[in-house]
Design a protein around this ligand. Structure first.
Ligand SMILES: *Cc1c(COP(=O)(O)O)cnc(C)c1O
Length: 403
């Protein structure tokens, strides 16, 4: 590396630091759960309640899941050292694909190392010049990157604005676009709102477009039995493609998939680059995920707790006068608007033993700073009360210090 480049990069990084934009990683010294151990920079360890994980069903440290992952390693080994099409497909992977298809009510499923990869795989084999991708402006970064990898025309509509979506479809049709796909997150991570899939599917049908939903923040707990946003709306036969992650509600390890219509999945198996050129999902992860789906098939008692905890937190926070983004998912954004206040409040909450994150521009729009609280099935009513009490205490002391 040249001295000039080193200096340039150092200045950029120092700039982030002085603007307070440098991301700091807190070090956890326990398993992921509702109550975790966090190591301070001085090496001391504190217990904190975790309200910022995507561990919606609380399965990240579930004993049965951990045992299933260990058992899978005993039988199938540690790794495959191969992509799927060379010598990386074990019966375990085929079984998991079938299991997920049955769970989601789809024709077939293809596994990836992450949902980031699944979203990187989905567009390029299917769409080229002369085709159109119509995307919600708040879609996840991995969808945006996946779209960049292909040559299709790109249309972006204002978040959940169905009139704008329809204008995009009309424009695509008037430009003689051949294949069209509408893509949306199922649950949006920063506002915790659910995509208007009913309207989206109706428009797709009217204009002859495919529908793809990224259910990463939904699979496992949205819908009557946790099968995601398509189940929530009763539209399982209308959604063509679902991408999702195993790294959130479904145990939280890693891995993801595309699930959907047979011809589409067959195409991805032949042509999706992250599938063809990246290693097979590790057996431990496949075995653990298999167990998670089995637990959910047996009635999914976890999602009831997740939803009840979210309702409990919401009602207590509303009663305390906090400004929440309305919704009915396990993501509860506490609006503060002021960026400095959001960051200070999250720091102060950690001192009170409540781990949450303040989100500011550019992750959310300017002037829309917030603390995002994520509820899990593992939280107890007492822990939720403690979090609410901490919010009240910290909010008062921040207001007092401004007077
Ligand atoms: C988390 C997330 C991803 C990425 O999932 P990984 O499996 O962690 O790569 C993709 N899409 C959405 C909407 C997500 O929330």
């Amino acid at each position: 590396m040249t001295d000039a480049l080193r200096k340039e990069l150092r200045e950029f990084l120092d700039g982030l630091e002085t603007q307070g934009l440098s991301k700091k990683e807190r070090v956890i010294v326990s398993a992921q759960s509702g109550l975790i151990k966090v190591q301070n920079p001085d090496g001391s360890v504190v217990d904190v309640l975790n309200f910022c994980a995507n561990n919606y069903l609380g399965l990240a440290d579930n004993k049965e899941v951990v045992e299933a992952a260990k058992a899978a390693m005993d039988v199938w080994g540690y790794g495959l050292s191969s992509v799927r099409f060379i010598c990386g497909t074990q019966k375990l992977h085929k079984d998991l694909e079938r299991k997920i298809s049955a769970f989601l009510g789809t024709d077939d499923t293809i596994l990836f190392s992450s949902c980031f990869d699944a979203n990187g795989a989905v567009f390029e084999p299917l769409l080229g010049e002369g085709d159109a991708i119509i995307s919600d402006e708040l879609n996840h970064a991995s969808i945006i990157d996946g779209v960049r990898l292909c040559k299709a025309k790109r249309f972006r509509y204002k978040h959940s604005d169905m009139a704008e979506l329809e204008s995009c479809l009309k424009e695509a049709v008037s430009m003689d676009c051949r294949r069209m796909i509408i893509c949306t997150d199922g649950v949006f991570s920063m506002d915790g709102d659910i995509a208007k899939l009913d309207a989206i599917c109706a428009l797709a049908e009217q204009y002859g477009s495919l529908v793809m939903v990224d259910d990463s923040h939904s699979t496992g707990y949205i819908g009557a039995t946790g099968r995601g946003t398509a189940e929530y709306y009763g539209l399982q036969d209308k959604v063509d493609l679902i991408t999702t992650t195993f790294g959130k509600a479904l145990g939280g390890a890693s891995g993801g998939c595309i699930s959907g219509r047979q011809e589409l999945i067959d195409l991805f198996r032949q042509r999706a680059r992250p599938y063809l050129f990246s290693n097979t999902l590790a057996p431990a992860v496949a075995g653990g995920t298999m167990k998670v789906i089995e637990l959910l098939e047996k009635g999914n008692p976890y999602r009831e707790k997740t939803m009840a905890n979210a309702r409990l937190f919401r009602s207590k926070m509303e009663a305390a006068g906090f400004d929440l983004v309305p919704g009915n998912t396990a993501i509860v954004p506490v609006m503060l608007y002021d960026e400095v206040k959001a960051v200070k409040m999250a720091d102060a909450l950690l001192n009170e033993g409540v781990y949450v994150i303040g989100f500011c521009y550019p992750v959310v729009p300017k002037g829309k700073a917030r603390i995002r609280v994520q509820l899990s099935a593992v939280h107890t009513p007492e822990q939720i009360q403690k979090a609410v009490d901490a919010f009240i205490k910290v909010s008062r002391s921040l207001d007092d210090s401004r007077r």
